[in-house]
Design a protein around this ligand. Structure first.
Ligand code: SPV
Ligand code: MG
Length: 540
């Protein structure tokens, strides 16, 4: 395992390996991101995170689970503080098997009696007999299966007040028993006893130290031949202080001024790996009815002159229609119809677009390349169903829900009533479908298969029988076809959506017309806008 080999090679080269205490995946990740060489899965921190004393109150499984979570989160080695090995030599064997299997790089066991008490607690600090602890080290070394898995022995003689000679005697015995290094612990306020120990020890085997109570610089550690320095609990203590301060501030002053003192939600999502999950989801998560994506191309600068005053330099989707942006109305309609993956492609006035819960994608080429470029940009991946919705259209939910149930690879939503509403004075995108609408008759959603015969700018008014309403549904296959056609054929840019559809029809692909006579409106000019405001008046 690379992590174990990395730790071993550091120690063999005589470099100082710097590790920091952590107690779960998140804190281990912070240690790794701060650039440390390894993580110390601290018994003190793990106990504290459960709000219990560091005195073997938790079980081995609790400590192991925390260590395993850390090891699976970070790519730097985790050295686990395994207290006394959670019992006698039999427990140590079981412990090593479990920790090694969990991907831990090394374990450290201490020569106190089980159950131990944290080394900084005055009073009862009982040392195990040397022979008993030597047996544990031998058991641990024999139980491991990979040669790089190391076992460090922690000498608690200075902590228990048994003196320097006892500390050295024990360290000798443990190294003779196979320990890969000696963790010499001290609770002194100065580094004198650590310095004295290291000088006599004279690099006989790797040394680990944990300078919690005494000051010592990394240069001094290097001079003393220290291999591993453990900054055992500084992350936890920082978190407790800061969290307490913020919580007291909220209690006393509310939330004002708090945001600048805490990380953003986005930072927490990053640490969680949310971005990675979302990528994986796109590849693997299959939902009932398949994945659905909405693409709203909204990059174009073309707009009716009657809008200039109210829009200034914002895109049409930013129009406020009775207290709600046009974009927002469509986002809510899409969300309510179960479409969560909404992609809005912005260009002209794009920096003015800020919306919650959607992906905003920039199309720098919008002037040259037009709407098709925007649609292609809206697809980092293709979903099972893909709704294309022009940004100046408002759809009602019923229409959208019926469209989403339609079967077909490429479906254009078309309306025949445009002949009666020509006063809209818009450049229409026309469609000639196999069957005309049931003119002047009441109609229901007949569900007939009506093929698109022609569309695009070369279709004359006389030949057309429908208007494309700026809404289309494409299956995965339909979208792939569209992208392929756009990328392979060299079309003069900017290319309209219906022009590209015409190429597909011309190439013999099936494009269906879904006929509607209501359920949508367009906001093309100021008078459409006024109409929309009066329709939505009171109904925010
Ligand atoms: C730990 O971090 O759990 C340690 C180091 O064992 S100390 O708390 O300093 O004993
Ligand atoms: Mg500990």
């Amino acid at each position: 395992m690379k992590k174990r080999a990395k730790l071993r090679s550091f120690i063999e080269k005589g470099e100082l390996f710097k590790i920091v205490g952590a107690h779960n995946g998140l804190t281990a990740k912070l240690v790794a991101e701060a650039g440390f060489d390894g993580v110390w899965a601290s018994g003190f921190e793990i106990s504290s995170s459960h709000a219990v004393p560091d005195a073997n109150i938790l079980t081995m499984t609790d400590y192991l689970n925390a260590s395993a979570e850390m090891a699976s989160t970070v790519s730097i080695p985790v050295i686990s503080d395994c207290d006394t090995g959670y019992g006698n030599s039999n427990n140590v064997i079981h412990m090593v098997q479990k920790y090694e299997a969990a991907g831990i790089a090394a374990v450290c066991i201490e020569d106190k009696k089980f159950p131990k008490v944290n080394s900084f607690i005055p009073g009862r600090q009982e040392l195990a007999p040397i022979a008993e602890f030597v047996g544990k080290i031998m058991a641990a070394k024999n139980a491991r299966v990979t040669k790089d898995f190391m076992v460090f022995a922690r000498v608690e003689a200075l902590i228990a007040g048994w003196g320097m000679d006892e500390a050295l005697r024990r360290a000798e015995a443990y190294v003779d028993a196979g320990a890969d290094g000696i963790f010499i612990h001290s609770k002194s306020k100065t580094s004198d006893e650590i310095t004295a120990f290291c000088e006599v020890w004279n690099k006989r085997a790797p040394i680990l130290i944990c300078p919690t109570t005494y000051p010592i610089s990394e240069d001094e550690m290097k001079n003393l031949g220290v291999s591993i320095v453990i900054y055992a609990n500084h992350g936890l203590r920082a978190a407790i202080k800061h969290m307490g301060e913020i919580l007291r501030h909220i209690k006393e002053n509310g939330l004002s001024g708090v945001d600048s003192k805490i990380v953003s939600m986005a930072e927490v999502f990053r640490l969680q790996g949310m971005h990675v999950m979302k990528q994986q989801e796109k590849k693997y998560l299959k939902t009932e009815g398949g994945s659905v994506k909405a693409i709203i191309p909204a990059a174009g600068a073309k707009m009716d002159s009657s809008f200039k005053e109210i829009l200034e330099d914002r895109p049409v989707g930013m129009l406020d229609i009775n207290g709600k942006l046009l974009f927002q109305r469509n986002i809510e309609t899409l969300n309510s119809a179960g479409v969560q993956d909404i992609n809005i492609i912005v260009g002209y006035g794009g920096d003015k677009v800020s919306l919650e819960g959607v992906n905003i994608i920039k199309n720098e080429d919008f002037q040259k390349k037009g709407i098709m470029q925007s649609i292609i940009k809206g697809m980092d991946s293709i979903s099972d169903k893909n709704v294309i919705l022009y940004s100046d259209i408002i759809l009602d939910q019923g229409l959208l829900e019926r469209l989403l149930k339609k079967e077909g690879d490429i479906i254009l939503v078309v309306d025949s009533t445009y002949r009666k509403t020509q006063s809209r004075n818009k450049e229409l995108e026309l469609v000639m479908a196999e069957y005309s609408s049931h003119d002047n008759r009441r109609t229901i959603d007949v569900n007939r298969k009506n093929l698109v015969r022609k569309t695009g700018k070369n279709l004359s008014e006389e030949d057309a029988n429908f208007e494309f309403i700026g809404t289309a549904l494409l299956s995965k296959k339909g979208m792939e076809l569209l992208v392929k056609e756009y990328e392979n054929a060299k079309f003069p840019e900017p290319l309209s959506f219906t022009d590209l559809i015409q190429h597909l029809v011309g190439a013999g692909h099936e494009v269906l017309a879904y006929e509607v006579t209501s359920g949508w409106m367009e906001i093309h000019n100021f008078s459409d806008y006024k109409k929309a405001c009066s329709i939505f008046c009171g109904g925010k």
